[in-house]
Design a protein around this ligand. Structure first.
Ligand code: CAA
Length: 258
């Protein structure tokens, strides 16, 4: 008997869509699901026909976090040696833009998964939170770090220490999501955004993502120096000549991705 895949992969034009597919456990991120997700992302990242990636759950739930059943009996050594949380690092290594399309709950590791993406499109019914405190632990996949960098210390403290949850509108107000759209349109809107980015100059998109991410890791002066080097590097690309020539000749550019 073939097992049901825990993630489903589709292609829509130049966009790779990955659906989390563990509905019985509210898309809980078991080690198996996370491994399949990261394998799918690596394959789409390597696929020259794909320019951007969308990760989604269902209209009712994005992901309810780490699989509490699988974790409940784990020792510290089990957690360390399983490399479970380390799997999230594979998302950080993806070079193409990744958009989370979130409807319903994005809790714990599910919220951390969304925050590890490059952009978030939220349905009106999306809800975000870090409820690990209820289980006697704290977020372990970036929740205290990425959340704090985005919303600041005070709200992050309330969310991590007291399970404050955010509606989609609140998340937008605090800069956690790119846009809030009617629930029935959330996936179309995320695909539209991904398709628009996938039509753009691929090397510039890749280096733009790298430069923005570097801002979270560095001082301003180191970041400015890094940005400048990537900017110069793009003048070695065919797409730079093509883009500027197309602008000057009032025509659409034809990107080569090199
Ligand atoms: N792990 C495993 N199973 C889960 C789950 C999870 N994180 N979340 C939900 N489920 C399962 C439930 O056990 C239940 O299964 P059964 O039908 O077999 O009983 C099913 O999904 C539906 O759940 P509920 O009956 O609770 O549904 P609800 O609609 O009343 O509530 C919910 C939905 C708000 C998502 C609620 O299930 C919930 O709070 N889930 C836990 C969220 C959570 O604590 N996440 C953090 C996990 S720890 C973590 O993520 C660590 C990290 O940083 C890496």
């Amino acid at each position: 008997m073939t097992e049901t895949p825990l993630v489903l992969v589709e292609k829509h034009d130049r966009v790779g869509l990955v659906r989390l597919n563990n509905p019985k456990a509210y898309n809980a991120l078991s080690p198996e699901l996370l491994a399949q997700l990261m394998d799918a992302l690596a394959a789409l990242d390597a696929d020259p026909e794909v320019g951007a990636i969308v990760i989604t759950g269902s209209e009712k739930i994005f992901a309810a976090g780490a699989d509490i059943k699988a974790m409940s009996q784990a020792s510290a050594m089990d957690m360390l040696l399983s490399g479970y949380v380390d799997l999230f690092d594979r998302l950080q290594a993806v070079r193409k833009p990744v958009i989370a399309a979130v409807a319903g709950w994005a809790l714990g590791g599910g919220f951390e998964l969304a925050m590890a993406c490059d952009m978030i499109v939220a349905a009106e019914n999306a809800r975000f939170g870090q409820p690990e405190i209820n289980l006697g632990v704290i977020p372990g996949a970036g929740g205290t770090q990425r959340l704090t960098r985005t919303v600041g210390k005070y709200l992050a403290m309330e969310m991590v220490l007291n399970d404050r949850r955010l509606t989609a509108e609140e998340a937008a107000r605090f800069g956690l999501v790119n846009r809030v759209v009617p629930t029935e349109q959330y996936l179309d809107e995320a695909l539209k955004l991904a398709q628009a980015i996938a039509q753009r100059a691929p090397v510039a998109v890749r280096l733009g993502k790298e430069a923005v991410n570097y801002a979270l890791e560095s001082t301003l002066s180191a970041g400015l120096a890094y940005e400048r080097r990537l900017f110069y590097l793009l003048f070695a690309s065919e797409d730079q000549s093509e883009g500027m020539d197309a602008f000057l000749n009032k025509r659409q550019p034809r990107w080569q991705g090199r």
